[in-house]
Design a binder for this molecule. Structure first.
Ligand code: GLN
Length: 262
């Protein structure tokens, strides 16, 4: 049940009957059922990954100077900040735009995106090509009033330098990268391997390479458990009880720590 997101026109046109589930255990056993080879855009499933990259590169103290770690209890794109004037957490839109501003920020936009794709490639063990959906990207960019509003809302606070974006943030470039990031294209097979890397403490089950530190993974999974399903996070934690992240393309990335990614 449910219905397609329609605020991004390209997403409203996707066949809602498509359904697939992939699992990948921490020792690389895989099982796929249904439409597991149909590509979809990652949308908000990129948010925990971006948070992880920001933590790895800049450290917990720096990242959490700009973004909180409490659930907001509100919709994903609510025009709302916490009492300090920061986004509530890295998994709602405002917080994800904030963490995006921190991603390889000293580099050109082109190499910032290239580096993001590289992280996705490593998290999925290099078994598949990571795609990009240009029509969804263009469609999202064209209908992004709320994300622009959230960004300027956060930036307004920057005047007193207490909160807002890190210095030298270019809002347009940050949003550009955020939209591109949401338009990264995978299938459920790929996403389950990414989730299994998180389930495995940051070590990809196929390459044996440590992509994120266990400390970073612990933080990612904590916010996924408390904030990953937006205003359904409490209910999801109560009923299901494991870290998960949803996206408006209809994807859900679920992690059972030390067991498997779904
Ligand atoms: N691309 C979406 C947006 O920012 C991501 C939101 C989502 O998947 N919940 O509007």
């Amino acid at each position: 049940e449910g219905k397609n997101a329609d605020y991004i026109p390209q997403l409203s046109r996707i066949n809602p009957e498509q359904y697939g589930i992939s699992i990948c255990s921490i020792d690389g056993q895989r099982y796929n059922i249904g439409d597991t080879e149909i590509d979809f855009t990652v949308q908000s499933c990129c948010k925990p990954i971006n948070y992880g990259i920001a933590l790895e590169n800049l450290g917990e103290d720096y990242v959490h100077k700009y973004v909180g770690r409490e659930p907001s209890g509100q919709a994903f794109n609510e025009l709302l900040l916490n009492k300090k004037g920061n986004p509530h957490n890295p998994l709602i839109n405002s917080g994800a735009i904030m963490t995006t501003s921190m991603l390889f920020s000293e580099e050109e936009l082109s190499s910032r995106f290239e580096k993001l794709i590289e992280v996705w490639y490593k998290l999925s063990g290099g078994l598949y090509k990571i795609g990009f959906n240009n029509p969804v990207y263009l469609s999202e960019k064209k209908t992004a009033d709320r994300n622009y509003a959230l960004s300027y809302f956060m930036n307004e606070k920057n005047e007193n330098k207490k909160t807002g974006f890190p210095d030298n943030t270019d809002i347009n470039e940050t949003l550009e990268l955020y939209f591109q990031n949401c338009s990264i294209e995978v299938n459920t097979k790929i996403l389950s391997i990414v989730a299994s890397t998180l389930a495995n403490g940051g070590i990809n089950p196929f390459t044996g390479k440590q992509i994120f530190s266990s400390e970073t993974v612990k933080n990612i999974l904590s916010v996924m458990l408390t904030c990953g399903m937006y205003d359904y996070s409490g209910e999801f934690a109560f009923k299901i009880g494991i870290p998960a992240k949803s996206g408006v393309s209809g994807s859900i990335m679920i992690v059972i720590p030390n067991v498997m990614g779904i």
